[in-house]
Each structure stands twice: as C-alpha cells, then as structure tokens.
Design a protein around this ligand. Structure first.
Ligand SMILES: CC(C)(COP(=O)(O)OP(=O)(O)OC[C@H]1O[C@@H](n2cnc3c(N)ncnc32)[C@H](O)[C@@H]1OP(=O)(O)O)[C@@H](O)C(=O)NCCC(=O)NCCS
Length: 162
C-alpha cells in the first residue's frame, strides 16, 4: 500500500500527539540531559490548532491507508540579527512509526516540507537542531544532504561558587 502525505488537520491531533510523545521519549532516552516537561493532550491540541492556522508553520502527516505512519512539523524562522538571509526554514519534529521505518517515509516527509518551504518568500535553505548523540538520526539527515553547521554546547553551572 502506498503512502500519502498531506497537510495535517485538527482531527489528526490525537494521533500526532501519540507520535509526538514517542519522539520526546526517544530524545530523553538518547540523552539524559533532555528533560521533558509534562504536556497533556488538551494543551498539545490547542498548540497544534494555532500552528495549523499560522501561515509560517507547517505540519504534515504520512498515511498508509487509515493509519498515521509519520509526521513532520516545521516552519519559517528569522535568522540571527545581522546574518543573511533573513529567514530560513526549520524542522521541529519528524517521526516515523518504528514498523514503517526504512520505507522512505522520512525522506518523503522532509521532501514535502521542503517543497512547502521553497514557496515561502526569501527562503532558500533549512537549519535545524539534532541531538549530537543520535547517531541514527545523523545518518538519516546526512543521507538527505544535511551537513553539520553550528554546534550547540552544554555545561552544568558550578553551583554557587564564585
Ligand atoms: C529518523 C527517522 C525519521 C527516519 O525515518 P525513515 O522513514 O526510517 O527514513 P527513510 O526510510 O526515509 O530513510 C532514508 C535514508 O536515511 C538513512 N537512514 C534512515 N534511518 C537510518 C538509521 N537508523 N541508520 C542509518 N541510516 C538511516 C538511510 O540512508 C535511508 O536510506 P535507505 O533505507 O535506502 O538506506 C526515523 O527513524 C524516526 O522517526 N526516528 C525516531 C525520531 C527521530 O530520530 N527523529 C528525527 C530527530 S532529529
């Protein structure tokens, strides 16, 4: 059965919420420094509805038959002040259900979001963050032509000593 990708609707919310919860668990399991704040389905649904209504955001779902096999969310964000171009596209979340991985769905979702982004004014590239410890995700992104750019560093504070 082929996979179809379309813009998400509010009715997709419960299925996207379950997938989003799975990504967050994946992040926390990949690196213990990721601590997820509790976000209930009602709060998530309100944020999803806002995001669907916003012209600069995009959420898409991949369906195999009636089943949500994956989703992607992204949008357009401003560059740092003083750096051109002024805007670029970003990917916030990308998830493919484990039983549907390595079927090209992740690639298809990124392609669909990229096609949406390419239609936005003044946008010609993507920038996004990936956990440094997520070697599988890094291999996926590299296979799509993404390359490391800016590195985000992390350190605990010394704790009260001055
Ligand atoms: C990363 C993820 C989105 C990939 O989705 P997918 O549908 O399985 O990816 P695709 O089938 O489109 O893979 C495209 C190519 O990426 C590479 N790739 C994908 N998963 C890989 C893995 N686990 N290890 C190594 N390379 C991988 C391969 O080159 C693959 O092509 P191939 O299957 O012909 O070899 C999916 O594994 C996932 O949802 N992971 C958990 C959440 C996550 O990591 N999200 C991204 C966070 S930044």
């Amino acid at each position: 059965m082929s996979v179809s990708v379309r813009i998400a609707a509010p009715a997709d919310g419960p299925a996207i919420y379950r997938a989003w919860a799975a990504i967050r668990e994946h992040y926390a399991a990949t690196d213990g420094r990721v601590v997820n704040a509790p976000v209930g389905e009602t709060e998530f649904m309100a944020a999803l509805r806002d995001s669907i209504a916003r012209a600069t955001s995009c959420t898409m779902v991949a369906e195999r038959g009636e089943v949500l096999a994956g989703f992607i969310s992204g949008g357009i964000e401003q560059n740092q002040p003083g750096r051109l171009p002024e805007r670029h596209a970003t990917i916030g979340y990308l998830y493919v259900a484990p039983e549907h991985r390595r079927e090209g769905i992740g690639r298809q979702l990124v392609g669909a979001l990229s096609a949406w982004a390419a239609k936005q004014d003044g946008v010609d590239h993507l920038e996004m963050t990936v956990l440094a410890r997520d070697t599988a995700a890094a291999a996926f992104w590299r296979s799509l032509g993404f390359a490391p750019f800016i590195e985000r560093l992390w350190a605990p504070l010394a704790g009260g000593e001055s």
